[in-house]
Design a protein around this ligand. Structure first.
Ligand code: C2E
Ligand code: MG
Ligand code: MG
Ligand code: MG
Length: 290
């Protein structure tokens, strides 16, 4: 096989692309230092059960406070971390920090709270991932059922690779959620076989829930999840209408700006200690309309 040398192929070295790559390399180098310089931090967003306002779970979301560029969202730096392999130390830092914070919160409250941590494929590829999780749980003294690991649909493409790792993780006692569900990829055939505990309905579905097109899909996802005995969490719930719609369905929990934006650990701890409606900004009566 001989590749045809088309003139277009030379356009690879276009200045704009070189610039893009340069920007990428600068960010990558800065991200490397960010970890050492403590520029990364976590925010937490609560997940609430639909039938009561107790904080049952929260999702840890990583942020980067760049000394000059300001706050950089994960959508801008996680891909760079994934490409460069930095996701391995960053992911480990996220796991450690989230588990340590959650243990501290549990001790302060005297009741269990679960934390959900997002994973990237590159972390799972790293040979000792299961051991890393095991040792972090041990070090932080967090019970495994208090940790939920979030994987995305796109990661489930390679089931042969993923299955044994997920099964080993499950043996530790942690739970697994499938994030951004509905965006594509998952075939029903292996959704049934994946050792997961929870489906998180993607924000886009929740946003468009009341469309003629989307409404039957949300119902379908929920009933499918129930059929597979999975918990269902709706992401990105922003309005009371969306909330009420889900209240009438068998959705187990919700997450979104309606309840709370992601906030610092200090704020979560403070709100929980002072029983500021288990972390909600709104009071229970505002929230349920009574
Ligand atoms: P995700 O895991 O699906 O997280 C939910 C995202 O939706 C978060 O964005 C959250 O702030 C946002 N969100 C929550 N409620 C609402 C709402 O009501 N309306 C709207 N418009 N947005 C809402 P964020 O924090 O920017 O994170 C984006 C993505 O970055 C995450 O999506 C996740 O895929 C990734 N990510 C975040 N932290 C980590 C991490 O520690 N490791 C890895 N591998 N990925 C992470
Ligand atoms: Mg997530
Ligand atoms: Mg999501
Ligand atoms: Mg996402």
């Amino acid at each position: 096989f001989e590749a045809k040398k088309l003139p277009e192929q030379v356009t690879f070295y276009e200045p704009s692309m070189a610039n893009g790559r340069e920007v990428q390399l600068v960010l990558e180098n800065e991200l490397y230092k960010a970890l050492e310089n403590n520029e990364l931090f976590l925010q937490y967003q609560p997940q609430l059960k639909l039938n009561n306002t107790d904080l049952i779970s929260m999702e840890a979301l990583v942020r980067w406070k760049h000394p000059e560029k300001g706050l950089i969202p994960p959508s801008d730096f996680i891909p760079i971390a994934e490409e460069s392999g930095l996701i391995v130390p960053i992911g480990k830092w996220v796991l450690e920090t989230a588990c340590r914070h959650t243990k501290e919160l549990q001790d302060a409250l005297g009741q269990p709270v679960r934390v959900a941590v997002n994973l990237s494929l590159g972390q799972l590829f790293h040979e000792n991932f299961v051991e890393v999780v095991r040792s972090i749980l041990k070090e932080t003294d967090l019970s495994p059922e208090s940790l939920q690991l979030e994987i995305t649909e796109s990661m489930t493409m390679d089931t042969q690779f993923l299955m044994p790792i997920l099964q080993d993780l499950k043996k530790l006692g942690v739970t697994i959620a499938l994030d951004d569900f509905g965006k594509g990829y998952s075939s029903l055939a292996y959704l049934k076989d994946l050792p997961i505990d929870c489906l998180k309905i993607d924000r886009d579905f929740v946003k468009n829930m009341k469309d003629d097109e989307h409404e039957p899909l949300v119902d379908l996802i929920i009933s499918m999840a129930k059929h597979l005995k999975l918990n269902v969490v709706a992401e990105g719930v922003e309005t009371i209408e969306q909330f009420n719609y889900l209240l009438n369905r068998e959705c187990d929990a919700i997450q979104g700006y309606l309840i709370s934006k992601p906030s610092s650990f200090e704020k979560v701890l403070h709100n929980c200690k002072n029983k500021v409606n288990s972390l909600c900004y709104k009071t229970q009566s505002e929230y349920y309309g009574y």
